[in-house]
Design a protein around this ligand. Structure first.
Ligand SMILES: [Zn+2]
Length: 90
């Protein structure tokens, strides 16, 4: 069941690319190995770092060292970019 009114209220003022990203992540129709393996039979659908099925949901919880390191690195980059682009408050 989807609360379409609440979904619209949440997303209507967000950038289109954010809306698109969220839909892709939530529906699972994004560039994960599991999705690529549907049309490319040479792929096994597994995450190379740990061998588990790579789905959008799994990428958020994979405890492998490589994945956690990437998350930390991207978080730091986002933090640094955010703080360097934010206007100073006087
Ligand atoms: Zn994993």
């Amino acid at each position: 069941m989807v609360d379409w009114d609440a979904l619209y209220a949440t997303l209507c003022n967000k950038p289109q690319m954010y809306q698109q990203w969220l839909v892709k992540q939530r529906s699972g129709f994004c560039g994960t190995q599991s999705m690529v393996a549907r049309w490319n039979l040479a792929r096994d659908g597994k995450y190379p770092n740990c061998g588990e099925a790579e789905t959008a949901a799994y990428l958020k919880i994979c405890p492998s060292e490589g994945r956690v390191g990437l998350l930390m690195e991207m978080t730091e980059d986002l933090k640094n970019g955010y703080t360097t682009t934010m206007p100073t408050q006087n």
